[in-house]
Design a binder for this molecule. Structure first.
Ligand code: AP5
Length: 225
């Protein structure tokens, strides 16, 4: 099973993907996480991506497709995959189809998470991530027991540089301009595309997300088959 999680910055794609990947034993592939790892390691690709990410722009499609292709070489061809934040353009989507076709696979389902901009802005302003293990917290909704310290590993918590208000504004504009056409593309071409209202608690969102993937149908009125 190959699933694409779509949605604007801060809507909760990563939060939901980690949870379902844990439950299903699936591979969680976040291009944002892969790019941040490449930056930390100082690879050429990480350096190429840096200025785009700092501005809140999309990294060029060819760079992203190379990154994903390379990553998938390490993943067994029968492992379930949850793509988080990829693809984000129709060119990335057709590139992904070509990569999957080589191992006789295809995208089986697409889930679109939706929430109003006020919610996204608040979530991103409160997001804190562990610099050691990557665990994600929120100062408003899911704070750590001790401020600035990861409950899981004791690492220090950081506010992502691209979560500052100006860059968030830019990321939301970029989503609207470059990724909204992809939503339309999937709604036309991918029969199992489900909209999940994400302006609710994590558990409620997860129940609809899980239902859409595991049983192929979301129970909420927001579901679309
Ligand atoms: P990326 O890291 O993918 O960022 P994003 O898509 O903007 O998404 P986020 O990680 O910001 O949000 P999320 O939806 O995962 O929310 P989360 O679960 O963390 O990309 C960063 C950059 O890399 C891009 O700008 C671009 O430059 C580049 N890039 C990446 N992929 C690319 C691609 N394919 N093509 C080109 N460029 C690419 O939740 C957010 C916060 O809210 C957390 O604090 C969380 O705890 C909290 N939260 C989550 N759900 C809830 C809830 N239901 N209730 C309350 N709080 C919640």
């Amino acid at each position: 099973m190959v699933v694409v999680l779509l949605g604007p910055p801060g809507v909760g794609k990563g939060t939901q993907a980690v949870r379902l990947a844990d439950e299903l034993g699936a591979e969680h592939v976040s291009t944002g996480d892969l790019l941040r790892a490449a930056r930390r390691e100082g690879t050429e690709l990480g350096q190429q991506a840096q200025s785009y990410m700092d501005r809140g722009d999309l990294v060029p499609d060819e760079v992203i497709l190379d990154l994903v292709r390379e990553h998938l070489e390490e993943v067994d061809s029968d492992t379930d995959i949850l793509f988080d934040g990829f693809p984000r353009t129709t060119d990335q989507a057709t590139g992904l189809d070509a990569v999957l076709e080589r191992s006789d696979r295809e995208v089986d389902a697409v889930v679109l998470f939706e929430a109003p901009d006020e919610t996204l802005i608040k979530r991103l302003s409160g997001r804190r991530s562990c610099s050691e293990c990557g665990a994600v917290y929120n100062t408003f909704f899911s704070p750590p027991a001790k401020e600035g310290i990861c409950d899981r590993c004791g690492g220090s918590l950081v506010h992502r540089q691209d979560d500052d208000p100006e860059t968030v504004k830019r990321r939301l504009e970029v989503y609207e301009r470059q990724t909204t056409p992809l939503v339309e593309f999937y709604e036309e071409h991918q029969a199992q595309t489900t909209r999940v209202p994400a302006d609710r608690g994590v558990d409620e969102v997860y129940a609809d997300f899980r239902a859409a993937i595991v049983s192929g149908a979301a129970p909420s009125d927001g579901g679309r088959q």
